[in-house]
Design a protein around this ligand. Sequence first.
Ligand SMILES: Cc1cc2nc3c(=O)[nH]c(=O)nc-3n(C[C@H](O)[C@H](O)[C@H](O)COP(=O)(O)OP(=O)(O)OC[C@H]3O[C@@H](n4cnc5c(N)ncnc54)[C@H](O)[C@@H]3O)c2cc1C
Length: 555
Amino acid sequence: MACKWWGWGEEGRTYHLPDAERFWAYIRARLGDTKGIPRLDSLDGIDLRPSRLPKEALSALARISGDGGVSTDDAGRAAYSIGKGYKDLVRIRRGDVPNPTDAVVRPHTEEQVRELVDLAAREAIAVIPFGGGTSVVGGVEPASAGPTLTLDLQRLGRVTRVDSESATAVVEAGVFGPDLERQLNAAGFTLGHFPQSFEHSTVGGWIATRSAGQNSTLYGKIEDRVEALHLCYAGGLLVTPAVPAAAAGPDLVQIVSGSEGTLGVITQATLRLARLPQSRDYRGYLFRSFSDGVRAARELMQAGLHPAVMRLSDEAETESTLALRPQPHGASALIEGAGQWYLARRGLRLESGSIMILGFEGEAAAVKRGWVAAKSILKRFGAFSLGKGPGRAWERSRFEAPYLRDLFLDHGIMVDTLETATTWDRYLALHTTVGDALRAALGERSVVMAHLSHAYSDGGSIYYTFLAPQETGREIEQWERAKVAATDAIVRNGGALSHHHGIGAEHRPWMESYLGPEGMRLLAGIKSALDPRGVMNPGKFLVDVPEYREGSSRA
Ligand SMILES: Cc1cc2nc3c(=O)[nH]c(=O)nc-3n(C[C@H](O)[C@H](O)[C@H](O)COP(=O)(O)OP(=O)(O)OC[C@H]3O[C@@H](n4cnc5c(N)ncnc54)[C@H](O)[C@@H]3O)c2cc1C
């Protein structure tokens, strides 16, 4: 299901703060007083550039996509012209959509997508594939100077086959997370892919951005779960063979994964499934410091364990998570006090420690074995068990945090996230360097916190959240200052330009220094082969950079 236009998720649903007074006191102590900027009540009446598509083109699009398949109303075009990043929300809340799409087209079938892409290529109309529109890197925002259509894929939302023998499913690209899981669960399976945006994002969007779910340490990133796919490109349909593995040249699924709509439209995928877990056991642990926790995480991964969730908050994130809890009173205050005393005797403090949510799932016996092995490692790194409560609380609220972002924006607080990944040898240094870059860019009145949530034997992801009072009238410049400082620090210090959000328009300026001219030329060659007229999602990613298309090197 698509999100409300001005923020996250469904209208009327909000983040429940169990102790709002305590939480806002924590925020005020760090950010001072802040003042919200009023937002538009509705997009009706928004001042938008009229659609630039001529009548003949609109009629041709409508002929292909059928009844109700094309809309050009201003409110709809505005909502489809932004993603769900901080910058998007600041702008849409004040009705600032300078480069809107010219039409939203909603095909029902792969055949219609093929015809639409062919028509667009013939008529030089830019095409932006749109799944749930939850991109946080400017992936669905029009960037072309010419006419643009947004291809909403939600009507391609069917699960067409579940093969219980091979444990795979054939699904259309526009299916949303909850619909997909419901149908797979009914057949005894799960995809195991739960990004925080799960409720409002689609399979096609996941593959196009190489998304990572919260359980990726067990199930892998989405590109690990794709056996085969269909890609409609101008003039053709690429169908990759559905086999478990092959030695037939570079893997075409991997070439399309992460292409962010710049090569064509993913219309169908064959996904690898897992049996529904028989048992699930998530718990909380407290480490003395983030660095102790990171060392334990590395050890857990290199010992060959496969936790479903391993989420380690640094000290700042641990402190802010605790601020979200209600202030204990009466008997619970006594119990908490005793708990704190007990921890202190072991040299631990909740507020200055580092909390890990660790969980195993699968066959009951395997879960037990996982815990036996994990506990001995955790003990070596001084971790203290907080029991199953934190695991349960995390599971309950795993899709809720984005609603808190809406509250922050209402209160005049900038809040955004960014992420990277690196190898263990560089992990702690990168965590500090990027955090320092953000703090320097934001100033004293800010909160910068991070966690590790996707782990591998050779390294892990780092996911930052940062808050600061909005600089009224300069909200976008303030955000850009932080984004540039952090991304420069990531690229200079051996981090992945993105671990899972993708490149879009936001990370594009760093692609050349990240990939090098050879990598750029290779991708540009693929782009030329599939989209010679450059109509697919222009201005995103990198591959429509003409100097690379022509084969010259800037090296
Ligand atoms: C609150 C929040 C939490 C998030 N949490 C996570 C997370 O935990 N993990 C994570 O990986 N990401 C996360 N994201 C980012 C985002 O949800 C992912 O990038 C997601 O994969 C996008 O899916 P979508 O269907 O919304 O795609 P869209 O936003 O619609 O599109 C994303 C990009 O893919 C292209 N695209 C979409 N569908 C297709 C298609 N069928 N064929 C070709 N190209 C296509 C678009 O043109 C665009 O470039 C989060 C975002 C928000 C706002």
